[in-house]
Design a protein around this ligand. Sequence first.
Ligand SMILES: [Zn+2]
Length: 244
Amino acid sequence: MEIPPELEELLAEVLAATMQGSLFFLLNFNPFEFFIQFLRSIDNLSFFLRRNNMTINTPRNSRVEVDVSGNTITITTAFNYSGSPNAQGAPRPGWPSALTYRTAFEQGIVYHWNGNYTVFGFNVTVTTEIVNRLTRRVPVEIRNRNGTSFAQHTLPWCPSNSTNHIIMYAGLNNQEDLNRFRWVAAHEFGHILGLRDWYVFPEPLPYSIMSDQGTYVQDRDVEAVIRAFATMERQLPRWGSSLH
Ligand SMILES: [Zn+2]
C-alpha cells in the first residue's frame, strides 16, 4: 500500500511531536502560552469584589470618596474654586438661565457620573454627590480664556493627593457649547477618580468618558474607578463591557 505524501508528512510530524513528548505541537497549540492567557483572564479584583460583596474602603483623607455597598456606588466630593469671577458666582455671558461656570461644571459631573451600570457582573446604581465642606476639596481653576482643559496630579495617583486639580478653560470663544463644557467637566473628574485618557489611534475611539468623543460614562469606566480605588493605581478602562 502506498502512503499518500500528505499522510506520510503528517505521520512524520506525529512521530516528531510524540518524540518531543507532546501532541500539542501538532495542534499548533502552545501550552505555556495558553497557561499565561488563562492566568491573564482571571481577574483577581473581580473575584475579590464578589467575595466581599462589592465593598471597598476609601481612604479617610480622600478628596473623593467612592463607597461601594452592595448595588449602590456613591461618589462624594467637594470642590474649591478659583480663577474666573464666573467661577465665584457671576453669570456666564451667553449661557441660558444666567448659568455660572461653577454650576455648569457641577451639573456636568453629576449628570454624567450617575445612572445604572453593570460592573463585574453586578447591576449597580451610581450616584455622585457634590457636598460643601471646608476640607478635602478638589481645587478647580476656571480660566476665562481659550485653551485645553485638563486635570493634573503628581504620580502616583491617589484620591487624597493634594496636588490633584482641574483646570477648565472657558474663554468666550472656547467650549461655548454648554453640553460640551459639561462633558469636559465629567471627563476631567474621571481623572480625579483615577482614570487615564483612553485615546486610541488610529480611530475609531473607544466608547468611554475617558475617550474624546463625548460619550456617556460606560460600564467599563465605572469598573475602572472601582479598580482604581481598590488598587490605588491609575486605571485605563478596558474593552469588553457593554455600551450605554
Ligand atoms: Zn483627559
